[in-house]
Design a protein around this ligand. Structure first.
Ligand code: NAD
Length: 390
């Protein structure tokens, strides 16, 4: 069982860009980072509205002098302090990720950035290079990848419980934007604007999560893909509110990805099903403590988090409370922030061996998400032609 005994010599001094009052995802970052006492929030440029951001930061307990008007001011002032921040999380709209991440790395900070990481693969690769040069951890917030039952699934696939993987079905299809909600919701509005959202809407906003899950579970690499996308709310064009992707993986497996925000009546419907030659597994983010395991010719099983029959010796298959109690979204984020902290600590100590042994969604995973988007756009905008994934 996981507990918060593991301590660093001192918590990592941590700041945030974005995630201000009313933002969708700011609280998840703070809740995840605070859970195990490994990060301490000491600075921020939380909001585009400077006064609102300052008031918000002070209400969170941040010194008002360290609630900055913008990220540039924060990255200039903090490195000059003895107690300056060591890491920053970036929870702003997509169009700002590249510039803020680059500035953070240049200021010598470890970075946790939201997805989709950048607009282009070239930008993501530039960030990777910079992170390497500066010996900094660069994590990408694929927040679902901390769920223990996904790590159980990963381990089952690795140990051959499914046999060779043949098919991967991915979907993330909610119904919250089946009407033009962007007319009155600022959080939806920027998602439909190519200048802020990037070249895609649902593929980047939703599809990148489940695609990352598939890569994390199977390690399979895409060889080529074709994509069809459309805007059922016409004013969203050229960005899609629905997309279907077919993929061929190297080695012969195939897959499909459905990303949608017009799946009327659906809450989330993020699911992944991995089908092997002898068995399948299926995970659903609305029931994250369970993993369906279906062996051909046998009754289906529902594996439960926190039980002794799981591969508890494998990394990530850990629980914070016994089976039968519900762990959820915030625990997944806390599990990831825990890993980020250990990775940052190892990097600070130049312990390359320890660092190499810590799994977390990295800049490479972020880059693969952006590559997915580039290839999907190229395909969809050329009558769904097949496109090489490179
Ligand atoms: P949002 O519009 O709800 O909030 C954005 C926040 O950032 C606001 O507080 C805004 O004032 C602030 N902001 C914008 N530009 C800024 C800047 N230049 N400097 C400082 N603050 C700035 O957006 P959101 O839904 O919270 O999404 C933010 C990011 O998180 C997006 O990239 C999105 O894709 C991602 N996201 C990820 C998940 C996940 O599960 N990992 C879930 C939701 C959103």
């Amino acid at each position: 069982m996981f507990n918060e005994e593991r301590r660093l010599a001192a918590p990592i001094r941590w700041g945030m860009v974005g995630g201000g009052r009313g933002s969708e995802i700011g609280h998840a970052h703070r809740a995840g980072a605070a859970r195990d006492g490994l990060f301490q929030l000491v600075a921020g440029a939380f909001d585009l509205d400077v006064e609102r951001g300052r008031e918000f930061g002070v209400n969170l307990g941040v010194d008002s002098a360290r609630c900055y008007a913008n990220y540039q001011a924060m990255f200039e002032a903090e490195p000059q302090r003895e107690d300056g921040i060591q890491a920053v999380s970036i929870a702003t709209p997509n169009g700002t990720h590249f510039a803020i991440s680059k500035a953070a790395l240049e200021a010598g900070l470890h970075v946790i950035c939201e997805k989709p990481l950048t607009f282009t693969v070239a930008e993501s690769e530039q960030l990777k290079q910079l992170a390497q040069q500066k010996n900094r951890v660069f994590a990408v917030m694929y927040g679902y990848s901390g769920f223990p039952m996904l790590h159980q699934a990963r381990e089952m696939i690795k140990r051959g419980d499914l046999g060779e993987v043949r098919i991967i079905n991915m979907q993330f299809a909610h119904g919250f934007h089946n009407t033009a909600v962007e007319e009155h919701s600022p959080g939806a509005k920027w998602r439909m604007n190519p200048e802020m959202s990037g070249p895609t809407y649902v593929l980047g906003d939703l599809g990148t999560h489940t695609f990352h899950m598939a890569q994390m579970l199977t390690g399979l690499e895409v060889d080529e893909l074709c994509c069809m996308r459309q805007s059922f709310i016409a004013s969203r064009s050229p960005l899609e509110d629905n997309a279907n992707v077919m993929m061929k993986f190297k080695g012969g497996a195939v897959g499909t990805l459905w990303a949608s925000s017009v799946n009327a009546g659906s809450m989330h419907q993020q699911k992944i099903r991995v089908i092997g030659e002898k068995a399948s597994i299926e995970w659903w983010d609305e029931q994250p403590n369970q993993l369906r395991y279906e062996v051909q010719g046998q009754p289906a099983q529902v594996l439960e988090r926190g039980m002794g029959y799981l591969y508890g010796d494998a990394p990530g298959v850990c629980s914070r409370i016994g089976g039968g109690h519900a762990e959820g979204f915030f625990e997944s984020w806390a599990n990831l922030y825990h890993r980020y902290a250990l990775a940052m600590d190892a990097a600070n100590r130049d312990d390359t061996e320890a660092l190499a042994g810590i799994w977390y969604p990295s800049v490479d995973d972020g880059t693969q998400g952006v590559r997915l988007l580039e290839c999907c756009v190229e395909s969809a905008d050329s009558h769904s032609k097949w496109v090489k994934f490179d």
